[in-house]
Design a protein. Structure first.
Length: 80
């Protein structure tokens, strides 16, 4: 997969990218990738395969926290 380095960006623009990424719960790199895909493809969808898509989510997925509803035990009770 190719890489892209973008130089000489305004600090305010980088800050907005980071804020937008945080709002979507993803890395700034993934947000940048999605913006490019949306702007440069006809239907706004990625042309990468499923594995590449999942790899792009790995950084964001590692920060997701799930809350267990109160009253739900950690171990399920199975009636026999």
């Amino acid at each position: 997969m190719a890489q892209l380095l973008v130089r000489n960006l305004d600090e305010g623009l980088v800050k907005r990218l980071r804020l937008r990424a945080a709002e979507h719960g993803i890395s700034a790199e993934e947000e940048h990738r999605r913006i490019l895909i949306s702007a440069l493809t006809d239907d706004g969808r990625a042309t990468c395969n499923f594995k590449d898509h999942l790899m792009g989510l790995s950084e964001a997925a590692s920060t997701i926290e799930f809350d267990r509803p109160r009253g739900v035990s950690k171990r399920p009770a199975f009636d026999e």
